[in-house]
Structures are given as C-alpha cells and as structure tokens.
Design a protein around this ligand. Structure first.
Ligand SMILES: [Zn+2]
Length: 255
C-alpha cells in the first residue's frame, strides 16, 4: 500500500458536505497520511482551521485564489499572517494568476499574488501556486522572489513554467491531468526529476481516468501514481515513496 500525501485538496468545499467525515476516515484507512487544504478566500480560513482541529490528517494553507483577488483587503492579509502561526497551517495557497477566467482584473491579481509571495517568504512558508494562461506574467513575478519555495500546483505541462520552476527549485504538483487522453503533460513530465514531484488531487475537481468527470478524492491519487509509473517505467512504490518524502520536505510536515 502506498503512503499518500494529497498536497492540494478542497475537502472543505460543499461537494463533500454529505460525507466528509466518512471520506476523511476512509482516506486515512487507505494510506492517506495528510490532506493539505488550500484556501480560496479569507472566509475559508476559520472553517479550514476547524477541520485541522477535527482531523489529524488535515492541514491548511492560507491565501486567496486569483479568482477572488478582489477580496484581498489589508484585513485579509493580516488575518492570513495570523493563521500562518498556527500549528497545522503549513503553507500559503492557493495564490497565483488566472487569465482564463479573469474573474478579478489582471492588475489586482498580480498585486495580490506578489503580496502573498512576500508574506510566504517573510514567514518562511512554502506556496501553492495556481497558474492558468498567465505563464509569462507569473514567471516575471516569481523570478524576482529570492527564497521562494513551494509547489506549482496542478501543473499541466507548460514548458516555460517548467523551466522557470526547475531553475528556482520549485516542486510540481501532479494530479489527474496526467491521465487525460489529450494532455501533453505525459510527455513533459519526463523532464521533471522525481525529486521535484508531489501528488495532489485538486479535489473535487480533475478526477483522473478512470474516474474522470466524477468527484475527485485523495485515494484516486493511486491512478496518477500508476500512470506515472507506466510513463517513467519505474516502480509504483518507488515513485510513491519519493513523492511522499518530497511532500514532507517542501511542507515541512512532521508525520
Ligand atoms: Zn485548487
């Protein structure tokens, strides 16, 4: 059995309201040792904190998703910093740029992302970075951030982002996309050293084949491990172990 760390999972979302308790217990029984829950907006911080108190395997990150960047008041930044001092708050996320939906104006997204990167560095915390159709601007912002560490979450195979991330020693969050038929990630993933790969679901979204279209959940990471093993022609257990240790190290988890 693999030991699994889901480094990006929205288990607090309403899609899990009916069976969250059961699902977390099942995940734990199935080998999931940690579920890292990123925030989408400031209202999430307290709810996610409560989950970390209720379940030993649940950890939280604080940040504001680019969609919600317009909600980033000074008060929200202060609140995020306050949560970062809590025991089971292990990172800043999710933060980034999303020009595909552009729910918040680009200039605001950039400013908020930049501020959260500074907060992460000042507090010596890793980040979980979201990037959709905004690679150039995003790379411009991160490359000036000395001391930045963390994960490019939900990496989908962009080669510029791959190069920038590798240059900066960032990790790559690999999930369901790897199993999608049309995904180019299958070819690109070979260029990421295994030492820089962590697994994630982004649940409830992006369930891997053969569960595609269904609600995603932490144990489905096994399908991603199987796919990566097939692509790299490496042992599944070895891949799972290395990614597990990577997650421990980037998020400084004490399991
Ligand atoms: Zn997410």
């Amino acid at each position: 059995m693999y030991r699994i760390i889901d480094t990006h999972c929205h288990i607090d979302m309403e899609e899990f309201n009916k069976d969250r308790d059961e699902l977390i217990k099942q995940s734990k029984a199935g080998g999931v040792d940690a579920i890292l829950v990123p925030a989408v907006e400031p209202d999430d911080f307290e709810r996610e904190f409560e989950l970390t108190q209720a379940y030993d395997i649940v950890y939280q990150m604080v940040g504001i998703h680019p969609h919600e960047a317009k909600k980033a008041t000074q008060d929200a930044f202060d609140k995020a910093i306050e949560y970062l001092s809590k025991n089971k708050c292990v990172g800043v996320g999710e933060i980034g740029l999303d020009y595909y939906y552009e729910h918040s104006p680009r200039e605001i997204q950039k400013r908020v992302f930049d501020s959260f990167l500074d907060i992460a560095i000042e507090n010596d915390m890793p980040v979980s970075i979201h990037c959709r159709e905004a690679e150039e601007d995003l790379i411009d912002i991160i490359k000036s951030k000395r001391g930045l560490r963390g994960v490019i979450h939900c990496f989908s195979g962009n080669d510029k982002l791959l190069k920038a991330g590798l240059d900066m020693g960032l990790y790559f969050g690999i999930g369901g996309i790897l199993t999608f038929k049309k995904s180019t990630l299958k070819d690109v993933v070979k260029y990421i050293p295994l030492e820089f790969i962590v697994f994630e679901t982004d649940a409830p979204y992006l369930a891997p084949v053969p569960k595609r279209g269904k609600r995603n959940e932490p144990l489905y990471i096994r399908f991603v491990i199987e796919k990566l093993s097939e692509i790299l022609k490496k042992d599944q257990q070895e891949i799972a172990d290395i990614a597990y240790n990577n997650a421990l190290s980037v998020f400084r988890l004490n399991l």
